[in-house]
Design a protein around this ligand. Structure first.
Ligand code: AMP
Length: 213
């Protein structure tokens, strides 16, 4: 299954993509995670991306298209893949089409803006393995410590309230039109992402069950 996972920032893409990856045994690639790793390492890519990310804006299309092209041409993706956070604009979707990759479904997690703001302010990320938590909805067993690898949790700089509002308006203006793009291809699936993690996962798995062998 070649899957695109869409949704506003904080809609739960990272959480659901990890669950789908586990169940289907296919890799999940997050352009956000790749860009954050590049920023941390101080690479040229990271330097090019940092100011956009800090401001809650999209990194230029050609930068992310290059990353995804490299990734999809690697051996890891032969049995399928989940793209978490790519494409995020019509030119990115067109570039993906031009790579000749067949996409089976574009799954959009639907969450109201008010809920997004509430979620992002409580989000905590593992500094080592990238696992995602929420202080109320998905707390770690021990405060500020990762359940998976026991490293410290942190709050992403771009989860600050003002940046969240910028990211939401970018989402509505530039990313949301992709729903029409994939609906026109007949592969858009919208899933309610408002409820708790388990309920959303159940809806996601039900929606994807038609792709099971
Ligand atoms: P995410 O972790 O998916 O919320 O992404 C964090 C940030 O990385 C975004 O706010 C953008 O600045 C950048 N980013 C991630 N994916 C993309 C993409 N496909 N196109 C442009 N910028 C991206």
């Amino acid at each position: 299954m070649n899957l695109i996972l869409m949704g506003a920032p904080g809609a739960g893409k990272g959480t659901q993509s990890a669950k789908i990856a586990e169940k289907w045994n296919i890799p999940a690639v997050s352009t956000g995670d790749m860009l954050r790793a590049a920023v941390k390492e101080g690479t040229e890519l990271g330097k090019a991306a940092k100011s956009f990310m800090d401001a809650g804006q999209l990194v230029p299309d050609e930068v992310v298209i290059g990353i995804i092209k490299d990734y999809l041409s690697s051996d890891k993706c032969t049995n399928g893949f989940i793209l978490d956070g790519f494409p995020r604009s019509i030119p990115q979707a067109e570039a993906l089409d031009a790579m000749g990759v067949k996409i089976d479904a574009a799954l959009s997690l639907e969450v109201a803006d008010e809920k997004i703001v509430e979620r992002m302010s409580g989000r905590r990320i593992c500094s080592s393995c990238g696992a995602s938590y929420h202080v109320v909805y998905n707390p770690p067993k021990q405060a500020d410590v990762c359940n998976v690898c026991a490293s410290a949790l942190y709050t992403r700089a771009d989860d600050a309230a003002e940046t969240v509002l910028n990211r939401l308006s970018t989402y509505h203006a530039i990313t949301e039109p992709l729903k029409d793009y994939y609906a026109a291809k007949g592969i858009l699936i919208c899933v309610d992402g408002q409820e708790d993690v388990e309920d959303t996962t159940a809806c996601v798995m039900k929606a994807l069950s038609k792709f099971e062998a």
